[in-house]
Design a protein around this ligand. Structure first.
Ligand SMILES: Cc1ncc(C[n+]2csc(CCOP(=O)(O)OP(=O)(O)O)c2C)c(N)n1
Ligand SMILES: [Mg+2]
Length: 382
C-alpha cells in the first residue's frame, strides 16, 4: 500500500520499537484454500482417518439430535455439515496442545478423546461441564460467545512464559467475531506473539442473523491484517484442506512466529439448535446447495477417484458410527444424577451471604415439593 504525503503536513518519525509486517503478507488468498478436486497427491492414511471420523461424527450428531427430541438432552447445537472443521480441529493439534471450543464443538471435544457422555453433561441440563479439562486439554464447551478466546490467549501466553511447548487452538463462530472478546483476544495475541490459532467456523449465520448483517469486511480472514497476524481462508468442508491450514498455523505458532486467524467457510445443515426453526430465515435451495458440498461426499468422491476407499473401509466407518451411537443411546437412557443444591457449591471457595441464602431457599423449596410428591427428586438427591 502506498501512503501519499499530504501537503503541509510533516510525516511523523517512525516508532523505534515497532517493526510492522508488510500488510500484503498478511492478507488471505482471494480464493479459499482447497485440496479436494485439485492436483494434490492424496495422503492415504490421513484422508482415510479423516473420512472414518467424519462418518462417525455425522452419526454422533444425528444420534444426539434424535435423543434431544426424545427429551434426553435439554438442547443440542448440531455440527452436521461442519464436521470437517470439527475433526480437523481435533486432529491437527498435538496432545500437549489445548483446544478451546464453543457450544457447537462437542464433536471436536469427543474426537479429541473426551468421553461423549461426559461431553454432553452441560447439554443435559446439569450445572457443570462434565469432564476434567486437563485430561485431554479441552477447555469447557463455552456458551457465552467468544469468551473462550481471551482464555486461549492467556493460556498460550502463560505457557510460553513458563517455557512449555504448548499451542492453543480456539474455535469461534462468525457471530462471535462481533464480540469485544474477539477483538481483545486477537489484539493481545498479536502484540504478545502468543502461540495461539483462531479458527472461525463461518457457517453464514448467527442463529437467524446472516453474515452480511454481521460484518462489512471483505472476509473475516481480512480482519487479521488489522491485528498484525496472517489471515487464511479455507474451504471448511474440505477436511484435508482445513487440516493442512491448521497444521501450518499451529506449526507457525509453535515456532514463535505468533498467531494466525483462519476462516473456514462452511454451513450448518441443521437448525441453530433443536430449539430453532431454520425455515424462518433461510431457503431450502440454499440448504440444498450446501448439501451438494457436503464434507463426507467431497472426501468420499476423492478417495474413490484415487482408488483409496474400499467397500470394506466404508463399511468399517459406518460400523464405528453405529458403535458410538449405541454407546451414547445406552448411556443417556438413564436420567442424569442431578443434585440441584450442588449448584452453589463451587462458585466461590467461601460462599457469599447471598449464595447461602439462595441455597437455603432452594433446599426449602425442594423439601416442600418432595413432601408433596415423594419421588420428585431421585433418591441420591434427597
Ligand atoms: C455473549 C453472548 N451473547 C449472546 C448469546 C446468544 N447467542 C447464542 S448462539 C448465538 C449466535 C452465535 O453465532 P455464531 O458465533 O456464528 O456461532 P454458530 O451458532 O453459528 O456456531 C447467540 C447470539 C450468547 N450465547 N452469548
Ligand atoms: Mg455462525
Amino acid at each position: 500500500m502506498t501512503v501519499l504525503a499530504q501537503p503541509g503536513r510533516q510525516s511523523a518519525p517512525p516508532y523505534a520499537d515497532r517493526a510492522h509486517p508488510d500488510p500484503a503478507s498478511l492478507l488471505p488468498d482471494p480464493e479459499p484454500y482447497r485440496v479436494l478436486g485439485g492436483t494434490a497427491e492424496p495422503d492415504g492414511p490421513l484422508w482415510l482417518e479423516l473420512y472414518r471420523r467424519l462418518v462417525t461424527g455425522r452419526r454422533f450428531n444425528e444420534q444426539v439430535t434424535a435423543l434431544t427430541r426424545q427429551g434426553r438432552l435439554a438442547v443440542y447445537p448440531s455440527s452436521t455439515g461442519q464436521e470437517a472443521c470439527q475433526i480437523a480441529a481435533a486432529l491437527a493439534p498435538a496432545d500437549r496442545d489445548w483446544l478451546f471450543p464453543s457450544y457447537r464443538d462437542t464433536l471436536a471435544a469427543v474426537t479429541r478423546g473426551v468421553d461423549p457422555v461426559q461431553a454432553l453433561t452441560l447439554l443435559r441440563g446439569d450445572w457443570h461441564n462434565g469432564y476434567d479439562p486437563h485430561t485431554h486439554r479441552v477447555a469447557p464447551l463455552c456458551t457465552p460467545l467468544a469468551t473462550q478466546l481471551p482464555h486461549a490467549v492467556g493460556l498460550a501466553h502463560a505457557a510460553r512464559l513458563k517455557g512449555d511447548d504448548v499451542v492453543a487452538l480456539a474455535l469461534v463462530g462468525d457471530g462471535g467475531t462481533s464480540e469485544g472478546d474477539f477483538h481483545e483476544a486477537l489484539n493481545f495475541a498479536a502484540v504478545w506473539r502468543a502461540p495461539v490459532v483462531f479458527l472461525v467456523q463461518n457457517n453464514g449465520f448467527a442463529i437467524s442473523v446472516p453474515l452480511a448483517k454481521q460484518t462489512a469486511a471483505p472476509s473475516i480472514a481480512h480482519k487479521a491484517v488489522g491485528y498484525g497476524m496472517p489471515g487464511r481462508l479455507v474451504d471448511g468442508n474440505d477436511a484435508p484442506a482445513v487440516h493442512h491450514v491448521l497444521t501450518e498455523a499451529i506449526g507457525r505458532a509453535r515456532s514463535g512466529a505468533g498467531p494466525t486467524l483462519v476462516e473456514a467457510l462452511t454451513y450448518r445443515i441443521d437448525a441453530h439448535t433443536t430449539a430453532d426453526d431454520a425455515g424462518r430465515y433461510r431457503s431450502d435451495a440454499e440448504v440444498a446447495a450446501w448439501r451438494a458440498h457436503d464434507p463426507i461426499t467431497l472426501l468420499e468422491r476423492e478417495l474413490r477417484h484415487h482408488g483409496l476407499l474400499t467397500d470394506t473401509e466404508r463399511q468399517r466407518a459406518a460400523e464405528a458410527g453405529e458403535r458410538l451411537a449405541r454407546r451414547v443411546r445406552a448411556a443417556l437412557a438413564d436420567d442424569p444424577p442431578l443434585t440441584p443444591a450442588a449448584l452453589f457449591s463451587h462458585v466461590y471457595a467461601e460462599p457469599t451471604a447471598q449464595l447461602r441464602e439462595q441455597t437455603a431457599r432452594l433446599r426449602a423449596e425442594l423439601e416442600a415439593e418432595s413432601a408433596r410428591t415423594p419421588d420428585f427428586l431421585p433418591e441420591h438427591a434427597r
